[in-house]
Design a protein around this ligand. Structure first.
Ligand SMILES: Cc1cc2nc3c(=O)[nH]c(=O)nc-3n(C[C@H](O)[C@H](O)[C@H](O)COP(=O)(O)OP(=O)(O)OC[C@H]3O[C@@H](n4cnc5c(N)ncnc54)[C@H](O)[C@@H]3O)c2cc1C
Ligand SMILES: NC(=O)c1ccc[n+]([C@@H]2O[C@H](COP(=O)([O-])OP(=O)(O)OC[C@H]3O[C@@H](n4cnc5c(N)ncnc54)[C@H](OP(=O)(O)O)[C@@H]3O)[C@@H](O)[C@H]2O)c1
Length: 452
């Protein structure tokens, strides 16, 4: 809990040195372009997207299944997105889509209330540079379309949960009337001292939460456009593969929901299940993680945990189709996967076991981290138990290793484990082992899909 009065008391004697007030540069003008304005389309759907390989297209959730749920288990959705448009894009397994997201309705409502925008939030405005600005080279951010509806602007363009920067906090003081609120903001944006780091940065205190603690702060909407960052699209791994024309018209994804503190996109997707809600998405550029046709000639080792097995479902579908086309696919595919509980959260078990039965998958190692009687808690334990085999695979020039998951812990921990195993099995130093891994990565024989 943020104790504003305590913070003010602790800094009662401080002499504050505030940054200069940043120049304002945006103005919004009401306009009568209602007819031209598509109130249904996502406001960011025509602007350039990060890593875009295609334009944004409209999909809906055609099918969905909850494939994991229960106490101490994240709820996981297996979703098929489909579009009626004549959209045709050839992707590879391992590729990702970007989903345009939306802010939480309550967050938007609280900003509308605090900024007293209730009466105008359904109206259409033009966003432009204020001709009177003193800011040099001022530009309207590229993700803000020229014509907006206020509510949609707050819902679809601005990241209300972003951590506010010191300069934004400085600018907010100009629109704050209460002395307590003003003093608190001044302490936060003081040039020296660590209150900003301790109260805002380290705990990740968002703009919308900060505003709730400042009843007398009523910034104009223009200031939010100037200072809040873009509401970014979220990437999701494509979990299916078809080589026919339906290819890009039916996209499968798996997503997990942090039930204790659900994220924006996962909540939006969850709420869209079973409805006709439009999901705006685009295909992102391929990375070296893509399972392209030439890799069918390689043995592959696939490491993923929870939903990060999603891209491998596409890999296996592609291998299955290749096997059906030419029966003599002689390469191997080894999946190492990790889940919390065998009964509750072993995702896509039947599908994976079917692939094993039909030899699309040639080796399977599954770890369960929270089952009491488990022998292997983590995929790292399976790597340890199979250290000779993984070493042989990595040394054999025909094998490619894929690792997918969280970039903070899982991905670096797998690398550390592989380095340790190579060092141990080959009786070489840790440094020599690191060099082997670095070379494997350089030659794209050890590739990672880093989720953050
Ligand atoms: C290349 C790439 C591919 C990805 N593919 C997938 C995929 O196929 N399936 C998938 O579910 N996610 C995938 N992600 C993660 C995904 O992009 C989102 O970050 C995730 O769904 C949470 O988005 P959100 O908007 O709901 O959460 P936000 O509103 O951004 O949530 C804020 C924070 O909450 C935490 N959080 C929210 N949900 C979760 C969760 N389920 N588990 C752990 N922490 C969470 C995170 O710390 C997050 O930063 C991928 C990420 C990348 C970079
Ligand atoms: N940042 C994001 O927004 C975001 C969103 C979605 C997913 N992810 C990441 O994507 C991956 C899949 O997500 P999920 O929600 O489906 O999975 P999850 O339920 O969080 O975890 C799946 C399994 O992975 C294990 N695990 C956790 N950390 C690990 C590590 N460092 N090394 C090896 N195994 C580990 C878990 O063990 P425990 O029992 O110890 O938990 C669990 O058994 C995870 O790495 C997750 O962190 C990130």
């Amino acid at each position: 809990m943020l104790d504003v009065l305590k913070i003010i008391e602790d800094h009662a004697e401080d002499v504050l040195d505030l940054p200069a007030v940043p120049h304002t540069y945006i103005r919004i003008i009401e306009c009568n372009d209602e007819e031209e304005f598509d109130v249904n389309a996502h406001l960011q759907c025509t602007c350039q997207q990060p890593f875009e390989s295609t334009k944004v297209a409209k999909y809906t959730i055609a099918e969905y299944k909850i494939i994991a749920q229960g106490e101490d288990t994240k709820t996981v959705y297996d979703v098929m997105l489909s579009t009626n448009s004549t959209f045709d894009y050839q992707y590879s397994p391992g590729d990702t889509i970007g989903i345009l997201t939306k802010n939480d309705d309550e967050d938007v409502a609280s900003v509308i209330e605090q900024l007293s925008l209730e009466e105008i939030c359904s109206r259409i405005y033009r966003v432009e540079i204020d001709p009177a600005t003193k800011k040099k080279a001022a530009k309207v951010p590229s993700y803000i379309p020229p014509i907006v509806q206020i509510r949609k602007l707050l819902t679809e363009c601005l990241d209300l949960r972003a951590i506010p920067k010191k300069l934004f906090i400085r600018a907010l003081i100009e629109y704050t009337t209460g002395e307590t609120d003003k003093r608190f903001l001044s302490i936060l944006c003081n040039k020296s001292g660590c209150t900003f780091d301790d109260v805002i940065l380290k705990p990740g205190f968002s703009f919308v939460k900060l505003l709730r603690h400042l009843p007398s702060c009523k910034p104009p909407l223009e200031l939010l456009i100037e200072h809040l960052p873009r509401l970014m699209p979220r990437p999701y791994s494509i979990a299916n593969y078809h080589s026919d024309s339906e290819h890009s018209r039916r996209i499968r994804i798996l997503f997990s929901l942090l039930d204790c503190k659900p994220g924006l996109t996962t909540s939006f997707l969850k709420n869209s299940c079973g409805t006709n809600e439009s999901i705006y998405l685009y295909f992102r550029k391929s990375s070296c993680f893509a399972f392209t046709d030439d890799v069918l000639a390689n043995d592959i080792v696939l490491i993923g945990v929870g939903t990060s097995i999603a891209p491998y479902l596409g890999f296996l579908e592609k291998r299955k189709q290749a096997i059906e086309r030419c029966r003599n696919l002689e390469t191997t595919a080894w999946l190492l996967a990790g889940f919390r509980y065998e009964q509750l959260s072993y995702l896509c078990r039947e599908e994976i076991e079917q692939y094993l039965k039909s030899k699309v998958l040639t080796n399977l190692s599954v770890a369960f981290s929270r089952d009491r009687t488990t022998r292997h808690r983590y995929v790292q334990d399976h790597l340890e138990a199979n250290k000779e085999l993984i070493t042989k695979s990595l040394i054999d020039s025909n094998c490619k290793l894929y690792v997918c998951g969280d970039g903070k812990r899982m991905i670096p921990q797998i690398e550390t484990k592989i380095i340790e195993i190579l060092s141990n099995v080959l009786s070489i130093s840790n440094e020599e082992s690191k060099t082997i891994v670095a070379d494997l990565k350089k030659n794209l024989r050890y590739v990672e899909d880093i989720w953050f």
